[in-house]
Design a protein around this ligand. Sequence first.
Ligand SMILES: Cc1cc2nc3c(=O)[nH]c(=O)nc-3n(C[C@H](O)[C@H](O)[C@H](O)COP(=O)(O)OP(=O)(O)OC[C@H]3O[C@@H](n4cnc5c(N)ncnc54)[C@H](O)[C@@H]3O)c2cc1C
Length: 380
Amino acid sequence: MDEIFEDEHLAFGESVKQFIDRHIAPNFDDWEKNKIVDRSLFLEAGKAGFIGVDVDESYGGGGVGDFRYNALLNLEVSRSGFTGAALALALQNDVVLPYFSDLTNDEQKQRWLPKIVTGEYVIAIAMTEPNTGSDLAGIRTSATLEGDHYLINGSKTFISNGQNADLVVVAVRTSPDPHRGLSLIVVERGMPGFNRGRNLDKIGLASQDTSELFFENCRVPRENLLGEENQGFYYLVKNLPQERLSLAIGALGAAEGAFGWTVEYVKERKAFGVPIGSFQNSRFQIAELSTELDVAGSFVASCLNAHLQGRLDAIRAAKVKLHTTEMQLRVVDRCLQLHGGYGYMREYPIARAYIDARIQTIYGGTSEIMKEIIGRSYGL
Ligand SMILES: Cc1cc2nc3c(=O)[nH]c(=O)nc-3n(C[C@H](O)[C@H](O)[C@H](O)COP(=O)(O)OP(=O)(O)OC[C@H]3O[C@@H](n4cnc5c(N)ncnc54)[C@H](O)[C@@H]3O)c2cc1C
């Protein structure tokens, strides 16, 4: 994986590590207890120039269209084991920001981008509903135009950054056609008829706020429509390769982090008078895991390379998401086993890595949906 980065990226990676030490590590336990990352995470990331590296300088961005910077931010925070923070930033940068930079007109750009880049606006995307997740065509939340406002009715669930979000890109139905009837509308904090439900009680990713959102005759000005009406499904599909690549990078980073702690642990922990790493089984496990990580790293690097050239298609993106997230589950499970009973204790980072990993094969499209996409590409 490292071969894809040049000196300037590696220097950026070093500044990410300092950022983690200064702004994430000292606060992370509190964020986990509070079940939400503090907004200071976004503000400090904004100050450090980590948000919107690819956004035009006239809107406060870095003006450098190079996804390797996004990748390194995600990779390093994921490697550190602070998964909730990694996800919060990856959503802001890799998953939701493209809707604001690619689908907006000048007026919308000026209204939203500068504060997204500084971290003053936290952003989220709301597709999933209580009765539809994998099947986007089943979205029922509706938006009807009344004069110069849309009236939105319906609800969303499982929305990441849902409590913190100031701007939510909401996928709504504007006409009955399953695919050609979806639109994307930005709902802003405080708009009448927009309410948040509780911060959902998850088994892992404790510091990530995941929420229900409710829209009851929510009045949103027409100027908050992104792009064209009824093109929402195609916009979502267009952005999915970058979202899935970002998840793959996070999966790789998290698995690498878990592997690193495990190598240290098996060198130190003794059983039968010798370090457990000296048992042939431990050496073989480490050898296999290291090989798994290298293979996954090469695949991620080749997909990242394809993405840099604008060639990452939906099928390859599905493959890299499928492979890396399933790999992460295998790796963290075996790393935990090598920690013995201590691996089951929350004070050891491998315990958190284990529970945080479980969601990875579900959100951003389940492994089964990834297989559907790949399988269908063979005309099956
Ligand atoms: C922590 C967390 C954060 C999330 N963040 C967001 C977010 O920010 N924004 C957002 O919009 N959504 C978000 N989601 C929702 C997530 O993307 C969905 O949960 C996911 O897409 C699966 O949808 P579902 O839960 O409705 O499961 P379902 O679609 O009901 O699937 C249930 C099971 O059936 C399988 N299945 C479904 N269809 C098929 C098929 N055709 N073939 C074979 N198997 C199938 C699935 O693979 C799965 O195993 C989040 C979810 C969680 C838990």
